[in-house]
Write a protein that binds this ligand. Structure first.
Ligand code: URA
Length: 446
């Protein structure tokens, strides 16, 4: 097919045929369409969108670009969780082992950082030795042994998403509802799961900052899942401030491990509990959300979730001693404080800017092939709604390269707002989108 004609069609607002979508993705994955032509199509999609049929076709074309896990012979319910991307979002590192400890099989294919958001792969790779580039057979072995496995897209698995994800990151085409939906759902469907829980973020640090867009993204993904016979639940959660206290790879691993030990920050622990409870319900290992929450509490209190994480770290080549000795993780040489300029209440910690500040310190990549510094990042000692005195510390900046610090400090200061009056933070969990709201699935506030 004529590649410029496909680009032109979308640029001018026409609908692509199924054949055009399949042909484009197949040739791009094979290397027969150069990045510059694919970038042009991505930008056209960014502006013109894709309708539901085109989004479903794109998902299917991306799914077909790689192998699919066949887990039919495993008797455990196979349920995964995926987030649409946020700042300080380390929930996967808690939720996956907790869900596996509670009797689910969790085959988790994740991504690297996109834009200002962090990625699960870079976080776990800050554990010395941890490998996320696994072959199909290794992934299967870890999954059979631990009940969970973590890896990234490869030439074998989610091949089209691997290339598109990297290209979208550097061409300002991340924030597109159909592109996000197809990226996430093609990866998840390749995992051979029965069900999926989606954490769709909204607020300044999300790729869908407006609640209406988050709803639209959630329903597109739920619909795609339903078309493949999967049980999909989407929770819409707040991403107007960073999740938890830590932003940055090794710092987030420590916070996730603390949460697995029952000592995590309140917002992070609450979100992990809700996501895992929904996974248990989707996997039908519990009959109600109440029971799912109790199961989460029990695998945390008993240490089984932490043990699962230690197992997967060891199986994927990492050193499980880091879970007790945090000094074995990379740590930054310098720490700078950001303090309150006046007395008041924290009114805002603008998530997008905080994510960008962490990237500016070296936690993320400027280019696809650049390396990251796993030690750097931010620790928030105050969150939205907290009172502060003048000069009191709000944030600690962990760095190695002093030349990067002034810009990061400037970004962080500009992203903090104070109010003289008490402030009530936005609720963490906003809404739920699913095809089946029977069985008490709408009841998290109850
Ligand atoms: N996560 C993904 O896997 N893909 C996206 O496009 C955004 C978040």
């Amino acid at each position: 097919m004529d590649t410029p004609e496909i680009i032109r069609k979308k640029r001018d607002g026409s609908t692509l045929t199924t054949e055009e979508v399949f042909d484009f993705i197949e040739r791009f994955t094979r290397g027969d369409i150069p990045d510059y032509q694919c970038s042009a199509l991505l930008m056209a999609i960014h502006f013109r969108g894709l309708d539901a049929r085109e989004t479903a076709d794109l998902t299917e074309a991306m799914l077909r670009s790689g192998r699919t896990l066949d887990l039919a012979a495993c008797r455990l319910p196979k349920v995964d969780k995926h987030s649409t991307g946020g700042v300080g979002d380390k929930t996967s590192l808690v939720v996956a082992p907790a869900a596996a400890a509670g009797g689910l099989l969790v085959p988790m294919i994740s991504g690297r950082p996109l834009g200002h958001t962090g990625g699960t792969l870079d976080k776990v790779e800050s554990i010395p030795g941890f490998k996320t580039r696994l072959t199909f057979e290794d992934f299967r072995r870890v999954l059979d042994t631990c009940g969970l496995a973590l890896m990234g897209q490869t030439e074998e698995f989610a091949a089209a998403d691997r290339k598109l994800y990297a290209l979208r990151d550097v061409t300002a085409t991340i924030e597109s509802i159909p592109l996000i939906a197809a990226s996430i759902m093609s990866k998840k469907l390749a995992e051979g799961i029965d069900g999926l829980v989606l954490d769709v973020k909204t607020g300044s640090g999300a790729f869908t900052p407006r609640l209406d867009d988050a709803r639209e993204l959630a329903s597109r993904m739920v619909d795609i899942g339903a078309a493949y016979g999967k049980r999909v639940q989407a929770l819409i959660s707040d991403m107007s401030q960073p999740l938890g206290n830590a932003v940055g790879n090794a710092l987030e691993v420590i916070e996730a491990v603390e949460t697995l030990k029952g000592r995590g920050p309140r917002d992070l622990a609450e979100l992990c509990r809700e996501l895992t409870a929904h996974m248990f319900l989707v996997g039908e290992v519990v009959k109600s959300l109440e029971e799912g929450r109790a199961k989460f509490d029990s695998v945390i209190a008993s240490g089984q979730a932490l043990e699962k994480f230690a197992d997967v770290v060891a199986e994927q080549g990492g050193n499980p001693r880091v879970l007790e000795e945090y000094s074995l993780l990379p740590s930054a040489e310098y720490q700078d404080n950001v303090a309150a300029s006046e007395e008041g209440y924290i009114a805002g910690l603008e998530a997008r800017a905080m994510g960008s500040a962490s990237m500016a310190l070296g936690a993320g990549r400027d280019r696809v092939d650049s390396s990251i510094d796993p030690a750097v990042g931010l620790i928030f000692e105050k969150k939205v709604g907290d009172p502060v005195r003048q000069g009191e510390r709000i944030c600690v900046v962990h760095s190695n390269d002093r030349s990067r610090v002034p810009r990061a400090l400037q970004m962080i200061r500009a992203a903090i707002s104070l109010s003289p009056d008490p402030v009530h933070p936005a609720p963490l969990l906003l809404e739920k989108v699913s095809k089946e709201d029977a069985r008490g699935l709408k009841t998290w506030h109850a």
